[in-house]
Design a binder for this molecule. Structure first.
Ligand SMILES: NC(=O)c1ccc[n+]([C@@H]2O[C@H](COP(=O)([O-])OP(=O)(O)OC[C@H]3O[C@@H](n4cnc5c(N)ncnc54)[C@H](O)[C@@H]3O)[C@@H](O)[C@H]2O)c1
Length: 263
């Protein structure tokens, strides 16, 4: 996709060496942006566009954010930073009763604190027309069973609304995208039963792709979304909209007998 008018805009993307982050980097660069792609590894993958510059960044490290901020400021050479995509995230699929404190804290530190540190570090370089996109999850709109992950994505919604309120007067927009089940490394390890149930409850009856999330991110970064701030946008094939109603409707259509009592 081209024509989003991102020519020469500098945009930072976290968790950008694979999955959705990499798709976002490629699409933003294809639309003319100068992308600073970041992730945990010392070396980044090979991106197809030469305007992408890779830097190592652990989003939980305040010190590494500060180093990155200096690099970005140099690259901007007096211009404002136009975008930040807080995409880095980890999951941990344990239930409420069995989640260890260390795992709980690790997930919240990456998924929530990481995004907060990124906004704190880079918002000072932004101005009128800049855009921050946080990557939430359909888990952040529901009571999905992996408790640390779900809680972290609900918290990220709060951070999004605070930042949209805080920075609106400076012309900085802040939004959150909620992907449903997207085929990446993160979901490659999901239990088969989860995959099946997700399909049963997704009106479009398929998983999503990283490119489908990336195109929403590119839209929100661009001026086409100039009056959209504080919005929460699902990219989930209708999963959260249906909220299980598809499952009920399909069961009724198929004339399946009711479940036994107490289930
Ligand atoms: N795949 C899905 O179905 C799905 C659904 C909803 C939301 N999401 C969200 O989308 C985002 C991208 O996930 P993905 O599906 O591409 O998974 P992924 O595992 O392929 O990518 C996550 C990236 O984050 C990076 N990362 C992890 N910890 C980091 C840290 N401390 N600092 C910097 N980078 C770190 C990883 O190295 C990896 O490149 C995540 O925020 C995830 O929670 C994914």
């Amino acid at each position: 996709m081209t024509g989003r008018g991102l020519a020469d805009r500098v945009i930072v993307v976290t968790g950008a060496s694979g999955g959705q982050g990499m798709a976002e980097v490629e699409l933003l660069a294809e639309n003319g942006a100068l992308v600073i792609a970041t992730d945990l590894q010392a070396e980044g993958p090979s991106y197809s566009n030469p305007s992408v510059q890779y830097h190592q960044l652990d989003v939980t490290s305040e010190e590494q954010w500060s180093t990155l901020t200096a690099t970005v400021a140099q690259r901007l050479a007096g211009r404002t930073l136009k975008g930040l995509v807080n995409n880095a995230g980890i999951t941990h699929r344990t239930r409420l009763g069995e989640t260890l404190l260390g795992d709980w804290e690790r997930v919240l530190r990456v998924n929530v604190t990481g995004a907060m540190l990124g906004i704190q570090a880079l918002a000072p370089l932004m101005g009128e027309g800049s855009s921050i996109v946080n990557i939430g999850s359909s888990a952040g709109l529901t009571g999905h069973y992996p408790v640390a992950y779900t809680t972290s994505k609900w918290a990220l919604r709060g951070l999004t609304h605070v930042a949209a309120t805080e920075y609106g007067s400076r012309g900085i927009r802040v939004n959150i995208v909620h992907p449903g089940f997207i085929e990446t490394l993160m979901t490659a390890g999901a239990p088969e039963a989860m995959r099946g149930a997700q399909l049963d409850m997704t009106p479009l009856e398929r998983m999503g792709s990283s490119n489908e999330v990336a195109s929403m991110v590119a839209f929100l970064i661009s001026d086409e979304a100039a009056y959209i701030s504080g919005a929460e946008i699902p990219v989930d094939g209708g999963f959260t909209s249906s909220a299980g109603a598809k499952y009920m409707s399909d069961r009724i259509k198929a004339g399946r007998p009711p479940l036994p009592p107490n289930r």
